[in-house]
Design a protein around this ligand. Structure first.
Ligand code: SAH
Length: 393
């Protein structure tokens, strides 16, 4: 087997089982591995460390499949996929929803592989050369899960470009999609744009946080910022909100959100196709106020290099939201940026509260739902963090 030899002393992160080998840590390659090929990773003095997939074009030059000497073959992927699926089953996630993340990349021992299940359809993203090389084995493993009849590929995320891979999407296994799949999450139906929507079509990670909003919403005036297809809005309406104002810059997302409210026989929200950053300022200038505000912006800092600029943007929206909250009101605020740590996010919100001159207490730390596990050796898998804040009455 071809080998990747690290520079002297650069094996530390691998010994802590962080699954990435950066190009700068590499001394040399022995043999001439192809993109995605399985290679041995060894320390500068020859110690065997891991089996990994080789990515010739990426800064992340190799991603670990296994920390022990095992065969990386089709049955390896079947085992990993089945293990990921049974972990979800053990958590009873299917009782909450028939939409769930089945494979969460590194956190499920499958770097570069994201798989989300929407009823009988699995939507998969293959985002690294290693995942690309094993496309058939991964598709077979997913299609072999009980109740799965279709595997659809949505490998069109930017991450593929860094790997030197072209976008790819379309049917991998089973019969073509006939219309968008409809899932039922905590008793609410959502149509999922699996072939064109964001990510694999739906933000499954916010499932339980949406339910939390439902429990807070009775008789409240709610503002849902960055709504996408209405996950939070529908829960506020189901929870008996007095009014819901829903803002997103995408008219298409709002159309889907509106269709989703109808699908559930819910009353209409006040839909606003607009930029949240500008609109919050405007609403504040108009003297508007709310009981509950949700801020779920897109990834403003993909990496730590974007953190400073993103911090200002996060602070801005949190500041205006806090200024518009009535006494005793709740702010649910999130960051899904890998480049913003939970600690930094709390500091940003604290800074916003200080500038807004309001006393705020954090009532809950919020996270992605349990089908988005965090690998302890890979803190990057903890991307979504949120705070439930209450402004003093
Ligand atoms: N809360 C949603 C997910 C939000 S995804 C859910 O529960 O499903 C982020 C959303 O922000 C996307 O729908 C995108 O269209 C929207 N968006 C991005 N930038 C924006 C901006 N400046 N103003 C308003 N919406 C924006």
């Amino acid at each position: 087997m071809r080998k990747l030899i690290l520079k002297a002393g650069r094996e530390k992160s691998l010994k802590r089982r962080h699954p990435w080998v950066f190009s700068g840590a590499i001394d040399r390659l022995e043999g001439n591995p192809e993109a995605g090929e399985t290679i041995e990773v060894r320390s500068g003095d020859g110690e065997w460390l891991a089996l990994a997939a080789y990515s010739p074009h990426s800064q992340i030059r190799a991603r670990v499949w296994s920390w022990s000497e095992t065969e990386i073959d089709a049955s390896f992927f079947t085992r990993r996929v089945e293990d990921a699926a049974s972990a979800r089953a053990a958590l009873g996630i299917d009782r909450a929803s028939d939409g769930m993340r089945l494979v969460h990349a590194e956190a499920d021992g499958l770097p570069g592989v994201i798989a989300d299940r929407y009823g009988e359809t699995v939507v998969v993203q293959l985002l690294s050369t290693g995942a690309e090389r094993w496309r058939d084995a991964i598709a077979d493993a997913l299609c072999g899960l009980p109740g799965v009849y279709r595997v659809w590929e949505r490998s069109d995320a930017d991450a593929r470009e860094l790997e030197g891979l072209k976008p790819r999407s379309g049917l991998l296994r089973g019969k073509p999609l006939s219309g968008a799949p409809v899932i039922e999450e905590h008793g609410l139906k959502f149509r999922v744009e699996a072939d064109a929507g964001h990510k694999t079509g739906f933000y499954l990670d916010q499932r339980d946080n949406r339910l939390l909003l439902r429990s807070l919403a009775a008789d409240k005036d709610v503002l849902d910022c960055f709504s996408y297809t209405g996950g939070f809005t529908l829960n506020a309406l189901r929870g008996g909100a007095r009014s819901v104002m829903t803002i997103d810059s995408s008219g298409l997302a709002l159309d889907m959100a509106r269709a989703n409210t109808r699908l559930n026989g819910l009353p209409d929200a006040n839909w606003l196709e607009a930029d949240v950053f500008q609109t919050l300022r405007k609403l504040r200038d108009q003297g508007r106020s709310f009981d509950v505000i949700v801020l779920d912006p897109p990834k403003l800092a993909p990496t730590a290099a974007h953190a400073e600029r993103a911090s200002r943007a996060y602070k801005d929206i949190n500041l205006f939201a806090l200024k518009m909250l009535r006494p005793g009101g709740h702010l649910m605020t999130y960051s899904c940026s890998g480049g913003i740590s939970p600690d930094l996010f709390q500091k940003i919100v604290a800074g916003a509260a200080l500038d807004a001159r309001v006393d705020v207490r954090v009532e809950m730390w919020l996270h992605a739902s349990a089908d988005h596990p965090v690998a302890l050796n890979f803190p990057e898998s903890e991307y979504l963090k949120g705070l439930l804040c209450r402004v003093a009455a």
